[in-house]
Design a protein around this ligand. Structure first.
Ligand code: FCB
Length: 467
């Protein structure tokens, strides 16, 4: 036994755990680095039918038997529509300088075309103004999956008309509050909408058709490019971009079959979105694999999709591993997994950022989501979520590593501010740094929130002393 670990044996367990954490300090990052927390409308707002809100595809999808693990829905969720003010107090207490949230399209334009809903617009405008009063920059996402059901009835994202309805929606929001929003992301994770929503059918709108999915991805990308052009035509001062969910794609073994599949899956997840956005074309191998399922693409579409953006948002949770015989399971390599069954793999974030930096002329990058679901226990007013704290710290350290190697990363946002409706997993999976007791809607800061707040304060303390 060395003197070092002798001391460890006598230390308080919390101190021992702390010693396992990477040393990161806010001062290591640029002064204007964006530190935030993120949410999305459907996952927190509730008030599904209040004040003129229209139905979204998720309102309907939740009613399908077996669609949601705990048979729940977003009718009440975190009741954020009523509790937005006290929720923003929590955001402010954390000491973040940015809050990423989404606007519910059917709340502001109930049928996706036609009349706008004044109380819906007012709701988001109040949020924006309150954030500004607190010196917190509003980071808005326009489409975090809750398409107005009335548009779905007309084919939804498969129908090219939806592209134009989306551009109108973007213009309407921008006209109303674009002067005060720091950043607008058009879509959140188009891969999820296309593949989980239209190819596998496990997310709304629950369609399982590969050719529909390919067309949807094309329309999402096109509507992104056209919306960016439309907002620029309104002389937008807001940073405009899109949020993708990307990860390194690793073959489970070095067999030819696993390697070939990993390459194709990388094409489907990463290059299918990155190539059109930053190179103006779809990857040939994926087009060939799609064959007759490839999307209908009009002249000018590719040029429009590649409209320059001000930032790329990345949501990173884990790496992807593929095996041709489907036998690979997360956890089989001994790495810890979260409650979602996702491997904890922070080095994948560094790897991903370096690869994107090498392969594309990247705009500034923001990590728009990063976090984990863990088995939280609320006990005597505390949640000791050491694993989540560690997860966040390791991922911040991983992005710092990529920055040191030359990648222009401008911000990091934790998913999520608070526990919420985790889509097909319902309320069973908790991602918040703030605990929500759904029966009472009581919010409790978990240890991870306390850590994040202390981490963010470090810098202020430093500067106060320095002055
Ligand atoms: C992302 C979503 C977000 C949340 C996290 C866990 O794919 O953007 O809404 O569900 O996963």
């Amino acid at each position: 036994m060395t003197p070092d670990n002798a001391q460890e044996l006598h230390a308080h367990p919390a101190e021992v755990m702390k010693s396992q954490l990477p040393m990161i300090k806010r001062q290591q990052f640029p002064d204007d680095f964006v530190w935030g927390v993120a949410t999305s409308a459907f996952q927190i707002e509730g008030a599904a039918k209040e004040d003129g809100k229209g139905q979204s595809i998720w309102d309907l999808f939740c009613r399908n038997t077996g669609a949601i693990a705990d048979a729940s829905n977003g009718d009440i969720a975190c009741d954020h529509y009523a509790r937005w003010e006290s929720d923003l107090d929590i955001v402010s207490d954390l000491g973040v300088n940015a809050y990423r949230f989404s606007i519910s399209w059917p709340r502001v334009r109930p049928t996706g075309s036609g009349a706008w809903n004044a109380s819906g617009l007012d709701f988001y405008e109040r949020i924006v103004d309150r954030l500004l009063q607190r010196n917190i920059k509003p980071y808005v996402t326009l489409n975090h999956w809750d398409l107005p059901q009335a548009l779905q009835t007309q084919g939804g994202w498969v129908n090219r008309d939806t592209v134009h309805r989306f551009v109108e929606y973007a213009e309407g929001i921008h006209r109303r509050m674009g002067d005060r929003i720091a950043s607008i992301a058009t879509h959140n994770e188009p891969w999820v909408i296309a593949v989980l929503g239209h190819e596998k059918g496990v997310f709304a709108p629950g369609i399982a058709n590969r050719s529909a999915a390919a067309q949807v991805s094309h329309h999402l990308l096109l509507s992104h490019g056209l919306a960016v052009q439309a907002l620029r035509a309104q002389n937008s001062q807001t940073a405009l971009g899109i949020v993708l969910n990307l990860s390194p794609m690793h073959p489970a073994t070095s067999s030819d079959a696993d390697r070939a599949l990993a390459l194709l899956e990388d094409g489907r997840l990463v290059r299918w979105y990155m190539d059109p956005l930053f190179k103006g074309s779809y990857p040939q191998d994926v087009l060939e694999d799609l064959g007759a399922d490839m999307p209908v693409v009009h002249a000018q579409d590719m040029k429009n999709i590649a409209t320059p953006v001000d930032f790329l948002g990345l949501n990173y949770y884990t790496r992807s591993v593929v095996s041709a015989d489907g036998s690979w399971k997360a956890g089989s390599t001994g790495l810890p997994v979260t409650e979602m069954g996702w491997e904890i793999y922070p080095q994948g974030l560094t790897e991903l950022l370096l690869r994107l930096h090498k392969d594309y002329a990247l705009p500034p990058v923001l990590i728009t989501e990063s976090g984990g679901a863990f088995r939280d226990v609320l006990e005597a007013g505390s949640v000791h979520d050491f694993e989540r704290t560690q997860y966040v710290q390791q991922h911040i350290a991983a992005l710092a590593d990529a920055m040191r190697q030359g990648v222009d990363v401008r911000g990091y946002m934790v998913w999520s501010l608070m526990d919420n409706f985790e889509w097909a997993s319902g309320y069973e999976k908790r991602f918040g740094i703030v605990h929500v007791e759904y029966a009472t809607q009581v919010r409790t800061l978990k240890d991870s929130a306390h850590w994040y707040r202390d981490f963010l304060k470090q810098d202020n303390t430093q500067r106060a002393t320095a002055c």
